[in-house]
Design a protein. Structure first.
Length: 460
């Protein structure tokens, strides 16, 4: 269609819209009367042609004639949004959602509600409506559109919150040794209570962060954060029979951490420097265990190949409240590299080293850990798999248990399945299997653990 033809069509639509917007349009002349379907088509075309004001007027009259006209409500919601009236837009879209009969209608309504809420800077509720939009549709393209929009709103939201749950049956919740017999010089000791106790581990992690600053390339971003990590246990009947005096509450571990930091991105956006100060307090068995203060400095790069590279250093002071002699100063260093391999998946490697100084020979040690994680592109039973392997060594500074200094070598192997196809409101279950083995030259610290975990993770 030529430019002149399009102009004539647009002029006709505009004139018709103006006539419909006048009182009594529904009872217009016999020759000019339009059906509601034709009026909706005109309003929709005007909206697409950048005339939200005219589209709004038609949609209002349609809704006045039929308050349950879902398509008219959606046109009205979109027109109000374009006219800069997000509150009215959200009102109309919510009503359309309540009246919607099909997945497509519910998705379209929820998406408009989310956009209107984001325009009002109500980002958290906007994200919730995007989860709702992803839930009500069975169209993969629509679901991906909701996820893309979610990430955009998330980037604009100065508040972020993450909540994780996990349930993990374990063969050794207390880190009990593989043997409760150990030797000190010529003496052999047996501790009947030093045995692995089986049970179930329940983990909860809640973190909240508030970001300050303008989200633009090269601009610094400041943040304040609060994190609660809580791990609780129940003992199996076998564990209770093996050690009748054992109480699951004694193994409870709770940590509360407050943080403040800054991110300094480079002007090109390919690298950033991050600094963070943390203050923490830990309880074991409901009793204060330690207070900590830490400082970390990290540098992250996005390489031209698409790989990500990072490295950093940190310092932490631990004040033990149960046994002050176990207080410690810890200096850490870490680095990582991650790359997506075409046709294979995502692979990453990390290296961590630490030097712990303390008056206690049970605490002072040097440690190194190397870890690898692989997420293949394929699926297993419809789930996304991942595999992680880590190996570490810890060398203690002073001999405490006999003449030899303690040396530990630990290996952790874990696999996880993420069942994204079972998601509800953007959350899906995970199933993990973990094997841990610690070899120590002091038999009292030689242990083994098997665990199966169940959790929930966001698909957005």
């Amino acid at each position: 269609m030529g430019i002149s033809s399009r102009s004539r069509l647009f002029a006709c639509l505009t004139a018709l819209a103006l006539s419909l917007a006048t009182p009594g349009w529904a009872q217009g002349n016999e020759g000019t009367a339009l059906t509601p379907a034709q009026a909706r088509a005109v309003a929709g075309q005007l909206l697409r042609d950048g005339q939200p004001g005219l589209s709004q007027k038609i949609a209002i009259r349609l809704v006045q004639a039929d308050s349950e006209d879902i398509e008219a409500l959606l046109i009205l919601a979109r027109a109000e949004y374009q006219l800069g009236a997000p509150a009215r837009s959200a009102f109309a879209a919510r009503k359309a959602y309540r009246l919607a009969d099909t997945p497509d209608e519910r998705f379209a309504s929820a998406l408009v509600v989310s956009k209107a809420l984001a325009a009002q800077e109500n980002y958290a509720l906007s994200q919730w409506w995007l989860r709702r939009a992803g839930q009500v549709t069975d169209n993969p393209r629509y679901e991906q559109a909701a996820k893309n929009q979610f990430r955009q709103v998330e980037a604009r939201n100065p508040w972020s919150a993450k909540l994780r749950f996990s349930v993990q049956p374990s063969s050794n919740i207390n880190g009990g040794p593989t043997t409760n017999t150990y030797r000190l010089g010529n003496y052999v000791f047996v501790d009947p209570t030093a045995v692995p106790l089986s049970g179930v581990e329940y983990g909860t992690n809640l973190s909240i962060k508030r970001t300050f600053g303008q989200r633009k390339r090269g601009a610094p971003l400041f943040h304040l954060g609060l994190e609660l990590d809580d791990t609780r246990f129940t003992l199996s009947n076998d564990a209770k029979a093996a050690v009748p005096t054992a109480r699951a509450e004694d193994f409870t571990l709770t940590r509360l951490t407050a943080s403040a930091g800054v991110t300094l991105p480079d002007a090109k956006g390919a690298a950033a420097t991050r600094a963070e100060l943390t203050l923490g307090r830990t309880w074991r068995g409901g009793k204060p265990l330690a207070e900590t203060v830490g400082l970390e400095l990290n540098r992250d790069h996005r390489l031209p190949t698409g790989a990500r590279l990072g490295y950093g250093i940190g310092y932490e002071r631990q004040e033990r409240l149960d046994r002050p002699i176990r207080s410690a100063d810890i200096v850490r260093g870490q680095a990582y590299w991650a790359q997506r391999i075409e046709g294979a998946g995502q692979v990453s490697f990390s290296l961590a080293v630490s030097d712990t100084t303390s008056q206690s020979g049970e605490i002072a040690a040097d440690a190194v850990t190397l870890a690898m994680r692989f997420v293949p592109e394929g699926k297993i039973a419809g789930a996304t798999p991942s595999l992680q392997l880590s190996h570490g060594a810890r060398f203690y500074d002073r001999a405490v248990y006999g003449a030899d200094k303690r040396q530990d070598r630990s290996t952790v192997l874990s696999g996880e399945l993420f069942f994204q196809q079972l998601d509800y409101m953007g959350f899906a279950p995970t199933l993990s299997v973990t094997y841990s083995r610690n070899h120590s030259n002091i038999s009292f610290f030689d242990y083994e653990e098997y665990g199966v975990g169940f959790g929930i993770r966001s698909t957005f």
